[in-house]
Design a protein around this ligand. Structure first.
Ligand SMILES: [Zn+2]
Length: 298
């Protein structure tokens, strides 16, 4: 297979199709058509979404190995406020790779088992994989391989690495409730901004294990929008938490919640904190990781 010819043929088309989460209709049709022509058994509209799977069966016993690509693009705001779909996260490249793998495997033939190409919608909003899981698309899969194009700084020793250590992410938000009072009588109120400021400092003193590359940041602090002579009684606060370890992420969430609730209490305020969104870090199968490493070296 001529890899460059494959890229030249497929990538510009996928790049131009650029459709956002769960709207990858033309993109999915293009992938389905390409895979069907190769001789793959294609199932479209998996889980009533734009997702599709394509299977190549050797007819001999063996595992089912999945190769996964995402399909959606990002939406950018133009100066006039209109939204423009652009493949800026590289999912056009991921799809080109998946089709290349499918073509190569068809040409070489499978020694055993089955290969299942997973074309996943809505990666950018974190819901496409879940939709495919719920539809049972991975029920017959023993091994799944994913990949992502990446700035070179992570692959210090070359062009490809066996594992990308994306971090787990948790977004949390909370509310600090004090007591309103007039600026001339601060002793009668509870200033939610004072409690909030102490919370931000305490959060900044939280540290993720440097080896795990995580971080905790205050990403929202809103309050006191009213009159300048009023003691603020409400602050809305938010945080972004990262860690490459799912175990550490659980710990960080617990600490953030503890800091928010207990620090507010010290100031005579009340506070709560809850999770708004979360995405776990991928945990690689050590045996597949070792094999991938071997293949890359070869
Ligand atoms: Zn991406």
């Amino acid at each position: 297979m001529d890899i460059q010819a494959h890229i030249n043929e497929v990538w510009p088309k996928l790049h131009d199709l650029a459709e956002p989460a769960f709207k990858e209709v033309k993109t999915a049709a293009f992938l389905a058509d390409f895979l069907r022509k190769l001789g793959y058994d294609v199932t479209e509209n998996v889980g009533n979404t734009t997702a599709l799977t394509a299977v190549l069966d050797s007819g001999k016993p063996g595992p089912t190995v999945a190769v996964r690509t995402d399909m959606d693009c990002l939406l950018f705001k133009n100066e006039d406020g209109s939204l423009e779909p652009i493949h800026a996260c590289g999912h056009d490249a991921h799809m080109t790779i998946a089709l290349g793998v499918a073509k190569l495997l068809k040409e070489q033939g499978l020694a055993c088992g089955r290969v299942k190409i997973l074309c996943q919608p809505a990666e950018e909003i974190g819901r496409g994989a879940l939709a495919m899981l719920k539809a049972g698309a991975l029920d017959d899969v023993q091994y799944a391989l994913g990949y992502h194009v990446m700035p070179k700084d992570m692959a210090r020793s070359g062009q490809i690495i066996a594992q990308i250590n994306w971090t787990a992410c948790t977004l949390m938000e909370g509310e600090i409730r004090g007591l309103a009072a007039h600026g001339s009588q601060p002793h009668l109120g509870v200033n939610a901004i004072d409690a909030g400021a102490a919370i931000v400092n305490a959060i900044n003193a939280l540290h993720s294990n440097p080896l795990l590359g995580g971080s905790i940041k205050t990403t929202r602090f809103m309050g006191g929008a009213g009159s300048l002579n009023a003691i603020c009684d409400k602050v809305s606060i938010g945080f972004d938490l990262r860690s490459t370890s799912n175990a550490e992420m659980l710990e960080l969430r617990r600490k953030v919640e503890e800091i928010v609730v207990n620090t507010a209490k010290v100031y005579g305020a009340e506070a709560d904190c809850h999770i708004v969104g979360t995405c776990p870090a991928a945990e690689a199968d050590p045996s597949v990781l070792a094999l991938t490493q071997e293949v890359i070296s070869a």
